[in-house]
Design a protein around this ligand. Sequence first.
Ligand code: HEC
Length: 143
Amino acid sequence: MHKQRAVEDKPGAKWPRLLTSAFVAFFLAACDEQEVLEEGAYSVPDPTRAVIDYAESALPADANLASIYERSCFTCHSRAGSGAPLTGHARDWEARAGKGGLDKLLRSTKQGLNAMPAMGLCFDCSDSELIAIIEFMARDAAE
Ligand code: HEC
């Protein structure tokens, strides 16, 4: 009996398990932290003066798209400080698209996103019209 307890209490018997759980806890914490960092990693330089000027006046070349854009998207996406990604601020659009690409951008336009109303206020727009306008807005002002 005495001997058995001595074995149980031997530090070497317990340590490996304690160490393992300490490592697991450490790695879990590290993973959590990384996820938070990645979520917060959305950081894009402010639009330059040239981008702001471009956004104030650029229109899609296609007349139909231009009229949709002017009537629906322009109010917010042409004005710096509106909270909307600026037309021509390609870095912002790229970061927003991320891995989901155009599909992701189309989805958030249709559903609405925070201050952006669903369909970007163009309720009779088709997917292809929205996509064409998003492509236009996401193009680099300098190109
Ligand atoms: C009333 C203002 C407003 C109008 C009108 C508007 N938007 Fe937006 N839009 C925003 C704001 C604000 C954001 C940024 C939302 C956020 O990230 O919180 C945004 C973001 C977006 C995004 C990026 C979505 C993402 O996943 O990050 C797309 C794409 C977009 N708008 C497309 C359009 C299109 C196309 C139109 C016109 C058909 C339009 N918007 C009209 C305000 C507007």
